[in-house]
Design a protein. Structure first.
Length: 225
């Protein structure tokens, strides 16, 4: 029996790409005096080329972005500080995410978020989007010194929810960090494919959803397995 459903944050519960597409024009406009000689298109294209679908830490991204655009160290510090302070306000929930979490709890399942990233940014996004009110647990990598795909971060979350990993599912968009990490911890890994593609080089995921409406039916299927 599945007792807990856990989720990745960025590009799973939160539409990271949509948030950045709203944030980057705002950042460029507000900090335009420091970005003279750089076009917005170049700024945005370089940002997305460097960030590796969110996997590159922003503390590494912004120095590389500034260097690629010929900007100084003062500008990279300003851009990073601005991102950490203002970006969470642009967080956008993925369609159906909040409703799915509410439904899961109504069906008696425990819920959790496990996210890589910096606590101040990730926690702010969770609060602003209302996710904190519909989950039983939030685990952020910076808080505990572990990052997905390390199985220990998944096992820690299960322990804090007082469930065994074998009775947990973990839903995420990253094949290695989310699905592979969860499976290595003894959980059922579920690929969320709404905005991501599964690498051809890897065996197809055992479980996949493309909408949050599929979560409960999947759990019911697992109960009958």
């Amino acid at each position: 029996m599945i007792e807990a459903a856990m989720f990745d944050l960025d590009e799973t519960l939160i539409d990271r790409r949509a948030a950045l597409m709203a944030f980057l024009p705002d950042q460029f406009k507000r900090l335009g005096d420091q970005l003279k000689g750089v076009t917005f298109q170049n700024f945005q294209d370089t940002f997305f080329a460097l960030e590796k679908h969110g996997f590159l830490d922003k503390q590494k991204l912004y120095p590389r972005l500034a260097a690629a655009l010929g900007l100084g160290s003062d500008c990279e510090t300003l851009l990073l500080s601005d991102f950490q302070r203002r970006y969470p306000q642009f967080a956008r929930l993925s369609f159906g995410a909040l409703e799915a979490l509410i439904a899961l709890r109504r069906h008696g399942l425990k819920t959790a978020i496990i996210s890589n990233g910096h606590t101040n940014v990730q926690a702010a996004k969770i609060e602003i989007t209302g996710l904190r009110n519909v989950v039983d647990l939030v685990v952020i990598s910076e808080d505990i010194g572990l990052r997905k795909p390390d199985p220990r971060i998944f096992q820690l979350a299960a322990e804090r929810l007082d469930v065994v990993p074998a009775r947990c599912i973990f839903v995420g968009d990253n094949p290695e960090a989310d699905v592979g990490g969860a499976e290595s911890a003894g959980m059922t890994g579920v690929f969320y494919g709404a905005g991501s593609s599964w690498p051809d080089a890897l065996p197809s995921p055992k479980y996949r959803i493309d909408t949050f409406a599929e979560v409960l039916p999947l759990i019911e299927t697992l109960h009958g397995a």
